[in-house]
Design a protein around this ligand. Structure first.
Ligand code: IPD
Length: 270
């Protein structure tokens, strides 16, 4: 599907996404309490929400409601607005919440804008890296103001591959089986803790590839567009778009064998 979206709308959505991501990122970086605790849990006891996830989502949705009151919103911490404009914002107010909770630097704010179901703007703000990744459909990807480009595909055995694990024990056990097969076949595996940043790391050549089962749209919507605009292919199972079942991102030449191997290993099911 290709949506015709005028340049003025793209520019407006990008400007708003950048503003919201910068504000939320600075707020999270500058006001993180030393005694940050868990406000609630979701799919399991280790799937946490902090007061800062909630405050960050409020900050972003408040700004969106002011600037674009007719748009829909889908946020990880429960924001859900139908909207009437055809534009929907998909927000992860902290991607990498466990890193944030522990004071590890690899966390981000992820904001995507979709028009009639297609992602047209993606922004990932990584405050502790002092980096903003952004892409507009058809207009390339950037890290701060430099163009982002994937690394050329290496041989499968030389690939540095990022991945992640879900929060439920049964899913993790299965994900560990898949990774146990893959690790002797590639250069190495990384588990950095923010899917949005992992996708941006493919976009900037810091990873050769990334895959994960079980992501939600707010984890991958912005990073997917940024990776594609930087030259990556993204998808799910062979012939399918990326989804909660499976997300795969890599440059052409590595994407195909990785996707095929993940299919053989049954990486899409628990
Ligand atoms: C999580 C991170 C993590 C991935 C998990 C996600 P959250 O998002 O992206 O890297 O492995 O699957 O749920 O919970 O920190 O927003």
């Amino acid at each position: 599907m290709t949506t015709t979206v005028n340049d003025e709308l793209k520019a407006e959505l990008l400007e708003i996404a950048l503003d919201a991501a910068h504000r939320a990122g600075a707020f999270l970086r500058d006001t993180r309490p030393d005694d940050l605790g868990v406000a609630a849990t979701k799919s399991s006891a280790v799937d946490v929400v902090t007061e800062m996830d909630i405050a960050s989502e409020k900050l972003i949705t408040g700004l969106l409601a002011d600037r674009r009151p007719d748009d829909g919103v889908l946020g990880e911490e429960g924001a859900s607005v139908e909207g009437s404009s055809g534009v929907q914002w998909v927000i992860d107010p902290i991607d990498g919440t466990v890193n944030y909770l522990y004071g590890l630097p690899n966390w981000s704010v992820s904001i995507a804008a979709r028009k009639d179901g297609e992602t047209i703007v993606g922004v990932v703000q990584a405050p502790m890296r002092a980096e903003t990744y952004r892409a507009v459909l058809g207009e390339g990807a950037y890290v701060n103001d430099r163009p982002a480009r994937v690394r050329p595909a290496p041989a499968f055995g030389m690939a540095l591959v990022g991945t992640g694990f879900g929060y439920r024990a049964e899913r993790r056990a299965r994900q560990a089986e898949v990774v146990a097969h893959l690790i002797p076949e590639v250069r190495d595996i990384r588990r950095a803790g923010s899917a949005a940043i992992d996708l941006c790391d493919v976009a900037t050549g810091r990873l050769d590839a990334y895959y994960e089962r079980g992501l939600n749209a707010w984890d991958y919507a912005a990073g997917d567009l940024i990776a594609r605009e930087a030259g990556a292919l993204t998808g799910g199972r062979p012939g399918e778009p990326l989804s909660t079942d499976l997300t795969v991102a890599a440059p052409p030449g590595l994407f195909e064998p990785l996707q095929a191997r993940l299919e053989e290993l049954g990486a899409w099911h628990d």
